[in-house]
Design a protein around this ligand. Structure first.
Ligand SMILES: CC(=O)N[C@@H](CCC[C@H](N)C(=O)O)C(=O)O
Length: 391
């Protein structure tokens, strides 16, 4: 694709990526991001494109690119939200929003999506193409909310859906995918332990929830080590804990927030059940209330459709200019799992070449070369897919 064939140059896309990186916003609060995306998309609009902002999901954007001879509508989804992480990169275009960062690379996802739209704004596709800019992937399951709000109805319903997640462990631009389950299903876990506060000097008259919460956390560690089949695997991680106010007041309340993960729905349900049992045991042993709130929402395991994914992998494997790798399943979650449970499709990885950082780390520094390499591979695949007869 030469520069003259698209409205936005590679340099424009780089500037867009940097701007998006500077304005990260949390799930369902992506208002500035929405405005900026809308501005860029408006600049790409042509006579064969329609834009819709769903009333019930006001930070989302749907763009329908009408095809010349449509046999199907192909959906492509990007998420747009960020994380409550304080950025620790030395990038000159670091986050301007204190305590919030694109630490999961959704800024890369959005720029790849805009790059794809940029191409099709100058090259009308054969099939219809539905681009979905989705809020709230990290929490609040925006994909499920969108689906349940009937956003994908009539001409806005894709026949098949594709989406990517960036991967710092893969070299920039590498495409990774697998048949079957790509990502885990997850359940968000909130635990409130309620006892009785009191003076640090008189523990006999109080009921200390720091001690109860510590025991709860320790006992939960036995779920994965003792109740989960090691061949199958599972995860329980608590990422946040709050208790107490000062050293000499016994804490009467503790709150723990975490996430459980499993590659099958059965595994998630097993871990959910064991968590409830441990919570009940702690409530009895420590004579306190343990309120356990488990919410899977839309974070179902990400199950790639066999036929579409085999087609995707075959295409990618046979391109001289695409580095493709078959990957293992990952314990990351994605609410794209919910959309794939309703509409067949494929999720895949895009390498961003920062092996020293993990997703969700404050140091995450994607190599932006991934944008051009990745979007070229995806556009190539979409053009190929559009030439395949519908069956
Ligand atoms: C790719 C990625 O990192 N996704 C998130 C999805 C969040 C799932 C849910 N809110 C939870 O915390 O369980 C992840 O943390 O894997």
């Amino acid at each position: 694709m030469s520069k003259t064939e698209t409205k936005l140059s590679d340099n424009d896309l780089l500037k867009i990526y940097r701007h998006l990186h500077q304005i990260p916003e949390l799930a369902m609060h992506e208002f500035e991001t929405h405005e900026y995306l809308k501005h860029v998309i408006d600049g790409l609009t042509t006579s064969y494109m329609e834009i819709e902002v769903p009333k019930k999901l006001p930070t989302a954007i749907l763009v329908l690119v009408h095809g010349t001879k449509p046999e199907r509508t192909i959906g492509y989804r990007t998420d747009i939200d960020a994380l409550p992480v304080s950025e620790k990169t030395d990038l000159p275009f670091a986050s301007k929003h204190a305590g919030v960062m694109h630490a999961c690379g959704h800024d890369i996802h959005m720029t790849v999506a805009l790059s794809i739209l940029n191409y099709y704004s100058q090259h009308q596709p054969q099939d219809n193409l539905l681009m979905f800019f989705q809020p709230a992937e990290e929490s609040e399951n925006g994909g499920k909310v969108a689906y349940e709000d009937d956003i994908f109805t009539g001409k806005w319903r894709p026949d098949e859906f594709y989406g990517l997640h960036d991967n710092p462990q893969l070299p920039a631009g590498t495409i990774g995918c697998r048949m079957g389950t790509l990502f885990a299903g997850t359940t968000e876990v909130n635990v409130d332990l309620v006892g009785k506060s009191g003076h640090a000097a008189y523990p006999q008259d109080a009921n200390d929830m720091i001690v109860a919460a510590s025991q709860f956390i320790n006992q939960v560690q036995t779920i994965v080590s003792r109740s989960v089949d090691p061949i199958e695997g599972g995860v329980v991680t608590f990422g946040k804990m709050e208790a107490g106010t000062i050293r000499n007041v016994i804490a009467g309340h503790a709150r723990i927030e975490g996430t459980i993960r499993g590659l099958t729905q059965k595994m998630i349900e097993l871990i959910d059940r064991r968590l409830k049992e441990v919570a009940n045991g702690i409530a009895t042993s420590y004579d306190c209330k343990v309120q356990l709130d488990l919410n899977q929402g839309g974070y179902l395991p990400v199950e790639n459709n066999p036929k579409l994914t085999s087609n995707f992998i075959n295409y990618m494997e046979n391109q001289a200019d695409v580095d493709f790798i078959n990957t293992m399943p990952a314990m990351t979650g994605e609410d794209f799992g919910y959309l794939l449970s309703k509409i067949p499709g494929t999720m895949f990885w895009l390498g961003i070449g920062d092996p020293d950082s993990q997703l969700h780390e404050a140091t995450l520094t994607p190599n932006p070369a991934a944008i051009k390499i990745g979007s070229s591979a995806i556009i190539g695949f979409l053009n190929f897919r559009m030439q395949q007869a519908a069956n």
